[in-house]
Design a protein around this ligand. Sequence first.
Ligand code: CU
Length: 178
Amino acid sequence: MKKVKQLSVLAIAALVMASCSKNTTEEQTTAAPQTETTAPTEQTAAPAETQGTVDVELNAEDAMKFDKTEIKVPAGKQVRLTLHHVGTLAKTSMGHNFVLLKMGTDVAAFAAKAVQEGKAPDFEVPESLLPEVIAHTKTLGGGESATIEFAAPEKGTYDFICSFPGHAAQMHGKFIVE
Ligand SMILES: [Cu+2]
C-alpha cells in the first residue's frame, strides 16, 4: 500500500508539474503577439497596403512645411490619407490642410484665389475653388489630425498644396499615381 501511495503522490506531482509547464507555455504564446503588434506601428512612415487601400501619412508643422514633397500611390487603389498638424500654433495663424488639385490646375492662380477668398477663422478651402479639387482635408490647428479617403485618380502627376492663405508657395508637392 505504501508503494501505491508513493506512486500516486508522484503522479500528482507529475500532473502539477505538467500543468505548470503548460501554463508557462500558454503565457509565452499569448505574450508573443503583443510584441509583434508593436512592429507595424513603427513602420507607419512607409505607405501600408491593406486590401486595396493605401495609407498615406503626411505631417505639417509650424514652420509652414509638409514633411513630404512627393507622395506615390498605385493606380486603382483607395487612398486613406491622414494629415497631422504636428505644430502647436492655432488654426487662425498657422492652419494647414491637404488639397489635391485636378490635373492641369494652375497652382499659382488657385493659391492666389485661396488668399482672396480664404475666410477666418477656419480658412477652409473656398467653395468657389472646389470644382478644381479632387480631395481635401479640413483645415487643422496645431495638434490636430484629419483622415480622408478617396479613390486614386488616373495615372499621372498631380499637385497638392496647403490652401491656407499664403502657404501654397512653400507648402506644395507632387502626388504621383503610377
Ligand atoms: Cu498650411
